[in-house]
Ligand binder design. Sequence first.
Ligand code: TYD
Length: 206
Amino acid sequence: MKKGLFIVFEGLDGSGKTTQMNALYNYLTKEKDIKCRKEREPSESLPGALARSAIKKQLRFEPQTMALLFAADRYEHIIHDIQPYLNSGAHVLCDRYVFSNFAYQGLELDFETIYGVNKTAMEMLMPDITVFIDTEPAETLERIGKSRVGNELFDKKGAAVRESFYKAFDFLGEKGLVKNLLIVKGNQTAEAITSEIIEYIERNGL
Ligand code: TYD
């Protein structure tokens, strides 16, 4: 059985990554009849639930604890969900992965600390393809405002998070951990972004 591809979507809150992930999922499953799973991080694990509560400011943890919680969630997620699906031959599309840990927890912790916390997970699994939807923070804030209650902890920090994502791609790229990174401009129509993603994925693995 050929292993599925692990395809990760990253971006700021409100960047449209969830919409794009759904569009790719629909294309692969409905038009191509390819087996796929949709996943997201934080996942449904217990550490993931604690991290979500902290993002919504219902709980409060030290920055180091936050990094550990997201990493613990990731470890559970890989072992119990992602790896089994990939091994069954399904492609896994995941809304956020380890790059988010660097981008968000990296606002308060240095990258070496975050690298240490996530090392085991990264040794087990890195994405075959990463799609970064690059949006201007002003644009995403407007979307968050219109569409839903945001993640209060990070909503106002868009510019810093965006810069942190770029630094993370460089930092992990230098360690040879970034394979097939597509950076797509978010200020286009949703359809144009979807076409760009599909074209890239068909050129790089499918
Ligand atoms: P998001 O992906 O937007 O999910 P939802 O739509 O359910 O709110 O939000 C998850 C938040 O968690 C987002 O603000 C980024 C943050 N996060 C981290 O800080 N570190 C991580 O490692 C991950 C995976 C997410």
